[in-house]
Design a protein around this ligand. Structure first.
Ligand SMILES: Cc1ncc(COP(=O)(O)O)c(C=O)c1O
Length: 387
């Protein structure tokens, strides 16, 4: 694998296969945030989340030529609005919805749209350490003259325009975040991939200028490659749409309609007094995540070699109760004298991602909490026996 350590990098992911047939000494791959945990839910939903597309359907490039984002399927736009209304996690009034091939493409579209076109040097792109490990390589891989990765937002001193990437809850450590540079010449991209009730209390409908979401982490459909941006400014929305037009001439309609059906199924679970046989997705996800975090904390206690972040209890407007976060990743720290935790865990046949990819110390690693049951069971079992 090259230096680009995107979540979807397939080559390493294969060693888990389907997650079935793991033996007690199998290699466990928790390097990626592959959301296979949710397969069990969608298997239960069966026909309720199925769509059929006939051979003659969805053939045109165009979805809605009257819309600024002409390749956005109206059905998907409707379901996105409905879902945000249900969850109450983002302001959707007076926003343009831009659909992308995952939020990864929208992230690049946002950099393109927010960069001054005629500046004498590339605009600096920063994010607070520990930041999502894909930001630096994705920002720099084409060596754009428009923007350039400039590292940790906490140490950014340059008196010049900049773009700050704010991931909340954060990947890798799960904490809620706000912008840290806060200068007038800054533009912000809020990556809210994990701002859903199974991961964190929903404390308000966030209202930022440019917000990114994705079905990958919301419902677990990473393979469908659908993300969306909620954008306040019309000119920014036009430029993002142009980027996607030049890059991929839009986004698969098949995928958009599949995503629409999935979001619709999620919403149905909360409609009509829940008598329609559709399970409540966020309750299912939250229950699983809560249970997994309890088991992980217990394993870490037993091992005595590691520590985990502690999260505050907050009132969740969606669940109507006080609860704490159960993030999609465990940001594990070695409290012993091991300098390179990734290498150490690898020697115990557990693949994780080193803190150094997130701009942090190699005594930290990030481990996925959203893999299949079999993988997670083996992970906690093995962790508890490492001293
Ligand atoms: C913070 C964050 N943003 C974006 C992405 C990419 O999402 P997508 O699959 O929609 O491209 C990920 C994937 O792990 C992520 O963790």
């Amino acid at each position: 694998m090259g230096s680009l350590k995107a979540e979807t990098s397939i080559s390493k992911g294969r060693c888990n296969g389907t997650g079935k047939n793991l033996s007690p000494d199998s290699l466990i791959n928790l390097d990626h945030g592959d959301p296979t945990m949710y397969e069990s839910f969608w298997r239960e939903m069966g026909e309720k989340s199925t769509i059929v597309i006939l051979g003659w359907q969805l053939m045109s490039y165009f979805s809605d030529v009257r819309n600024l984002c002409w390749f956005l399927e109206p059905e998907l736009a409707k379901e996105i609005r409905k879902l945000h209304q249900l969850v109450g996690n983002a302001e959707i009034n007076d926003r343009h919805i831009i659909v992308g091939n995952g939020s990864s493409q929208l992230f690049q579209a946002a950099l393109y749209a927010l960069s001054p076109p005629d500046a004498s040097e590339p605009i600096s792109v920063v994010s607070a350490v520990p930041y999502y490990s894909s930001y630096p390589p994705v920002t720099d891989y084409l060596r754009s003259e428009l923007y350039r990765w400039a590292g940790d937002a906490y140490t950014f001193k340059k008196d010049a325009p900049y773009i700050e990437l704010v991931t909340s809850p954060n990947n890798p450590d799960g904490f809620t975040r706000e912008a840290v540079v806060n200068r007038s010449r800054g533009k912000m991209v809020h990556d809210l991939a994990y701002y859903w009730p199974q991961y964190t209390p929903i404390t308000s409908a966030v209202d930022h200028d440019l917000m990114l979401f994705t079905v990958s982490k919301c419902t677990g459909h990473a393979g469908t490659r659908i993300g969306w941006a909620l954008v306040k400014d019309r000119e920014v929305a036009i430029k993002m749409t142009k980027f996607i037009e030049l890059n991929t001439i839009g986004v698969s309609k098949d995928s958009q309609l599949r995503a629409a059906k999935i979001l619709n199924t999620v919403c149905e679970g909360y409609e009509g007094g829940n008598t329609n046989g559709v399970m409540r997705f966020f309750e299912y996800g939250r229950r699983l995540m809560t249970e997994r975090w309890e088991r992980l904390r217990e394993a870490v206690r037993k091992s005595t070699l590691f520590s985990l972040p502690e999260f505050q209890f907050e009132f969740c407007n969606f669940d109507r109760e006080i609860r704490s976060a159960h993030p999609a990743f465990a940001w594990l720290k070695c409290e012993g004298d091991i300098e390179d935790l990734e290498m150490f865990l690898r020697s115990h046949k557990v693949l994780t991602r080193s803190g150094k990819h997130f701009g942090a110390d190699p005594r930290y690693v990030r481990a996925s909490m959203i893999d299949r049951d079999e993988t997670f069971d083996l992970f906690v079992q093995r962790l508890s026996t490492i001293h």
